[in-house]
Design a protein around this ligand. Sequence first.
Ligand code: PLP
Length: 394
Amino acid sequence: MIYLDNSSTTRQYDQVTDLMADIARNHFGNPSSLHELGFDGSEILRKAASQLGSCFPTGGKVVITSCGTESDNMALMSGTRKLRRRGNKIIITAVEHPAVIQTAMRLREDGWDVAEIGVDKNGVADLDQLRDELDESTVLVSMMTVNNETGAIQPVKDACAMTRAFAEKHGQKILFHTDAVQAFGKIDLRREDFDLISISGHKFHGPKGIGALYIKKGIDIPPFITGGGQERGLRSGTENVPGIAGMGLAAEMSCGELEENNKKLSELNEYLYNGLSTEIKDIRLNGPSVTGTTLDEPGRRCPSVLNISFEGVRGEVILHTLEQDQIFVSTGSACHSNNAGDSHVLTAMGRSHKEIEGAVRYSFSHFNTIQEMDVVIRKTAEAVERFRRLGSFR
Ligand code: PLP
């Protein structure tokens, strides 16, 4: 099997699986229970909190959620609730994940003004539009760190600084949220100034169904789920102890190996891109051409993603052809691949319907090898050639 769909989900680290099985079997107490087994559970949570906390700026809170989608919902819904008296506008970008876009649309139904800023042809958000949209009614800005379809690193650092400068000048409070679901474990977030950061365990070799929202020190948002008061009252519900421990360990491992993993991802990404460009004519890269791994390099491409349109063939046909050889890739974004219609990200970048239909997303992890890339180049070239000959659009 050659797994190149790591932006959809990653293979869990074996150490994470072993840890979770041990906790489920031997340390199953409810962390709220007063007896020894409950204490055992709360100690496991404490360790995971420390592992997660060390991947974020110091001093903030890390609230556990059920997934990246919930973290985004919490950021926007809880983030705006207390600020309604100060203003009624939020700003997002056109290329956010549906977890942000759909939540913003819900806010719009409730009377919020939602402004959407556009992107350039490489999928990078336009800061001039952000400058134009920031006004005295703005209470929250949400811009993702790395785009899940193209890998484009967004200018979040500058956007956050611009938001801060505007808020300071006008003496108002504007929260800055970033959806770092695709960035966590690849881009170092420890020195950033964001108020709210969303992450999801299964994108960095942790378990599915677990995520977190980092809340900067001094930021006070109301609870998202009310009940027994877990997660310092911000998100009630008995904790998923194995999942939280698994996510904590995966965070420690992936953030600890960040530099060497990024080096490997860059090699794999560039090797595959060069190979495909050499072997196949009429292809178009969707996203920035140069890879980068820090937020000081916005407008580059995170090396975990390579999105290419193959002229004259459908991405879905390539996907299913590669699948026959146990090569797993994605078209558009698999998080919502059940949705009909063109990718909103590639549409915002000005790609034509044909280009969007011909798009394939390869996404890497450090478990991949160069030998695998050789197979993928050969198999993709054979598939493209075959379907171009047959005319797969007809
Ligand atoms: N945000 C981004 C950028 C994503 O890529 C995804 C999933 O792919 C999500 C949010 C949702 O995360 P989850 O699958 O944990 O709900």
